[in-house]
Design a protein around this ligand. Structure first.
Ligand code: ZN
Length: 198
């Protein structure tokens, strides 16, 4: 296996580019032959890799690269279901990050608290509103975030966000500048990149 320094390199089965393993999506085959997205690189067994790019995923499916990599051990796969699974994996990663941050002082939740924090010029890196928030409130928060040059996105539902934060329903959360925000912004960039391509 090729390595550069101590970062293991892997090759995308679609475009054949070699990249650091962490920059690629890993796939494994379950014992029943189902191809699984192993976004966290944790599942056992032999892996195949693609770029975090839906074009590479589509190409890999269309040219049957997964069947080839796993020597026929995996069933036929559909691009749509794998793309959905990949997007869901990134959403799940963001949920986990928010969940880990809930006991820190880096999260501010609730629309009034977030609007006040933005107005007071608190050091906020990211504001998330849920996909089921009223469009008037979403617009108000988006506009405040934009005024302060803060990244804004819509993700999850308010029941889910509340659950992640260990509270009742929540439709708005702000993340203060720091390592948690950096990790979330990194995943968000991957996510929006994939959704746009789709
Ligand atoms: Zn690729």
């Amino acid at each position: 296996m090729a390595t550069i320094g101590n970062r293991p390199q892997r090759t995308c089965v679609a475009c054949r580019k070699s990249k650091a393993q962490g920059e690629l999506v890993r796939y494994v085959v379950a014992p029943d032959g189902t191809l699984l997205v192993d976004y966290r690189h944790r599942l056992p067994g032999r892996g195949a890799y693609t770029c975090i790019d839906l074009n590479c995923l589509r190409k890999a499916v269309e040219s049957k690269q997964f069947q080839r990599s796993f020597r026929g051990r995996c069933h036929e796969v559909s691009y749509e279901s794998l793309a959905e699974e990949l997007q869901q994996s990134v959403r799940q990663k963001m949920m986990n990050l928010l969940g880990m941050g809930r006991k820190s002082d880096q999260l501010i939740s609730g629309s009034n608290a977030v609007i006040t924090a933005l107005r007071q010029g608190k050091d906020i890196a990211l504001v998330i509103t849920t996909e089921d928030i009223s469009s008037a409130i979403a617009e108000k928060i988006r506009a405040s975030a934009e005024r302060e040059n803060v990244t804004y996105c819509q993700l999850f539902g308010k029941g889910m966000l509340g659950q992640i934060l260990g509270k009742g329903e929540r439709s708005v959360v702000a993340v203060q500048t720091g390592t948690l925000a950096d990790a979330l912004l990194f995943e968000l960039q991957r996510y929006t990149h994939m959704v746009r391509e789709n």
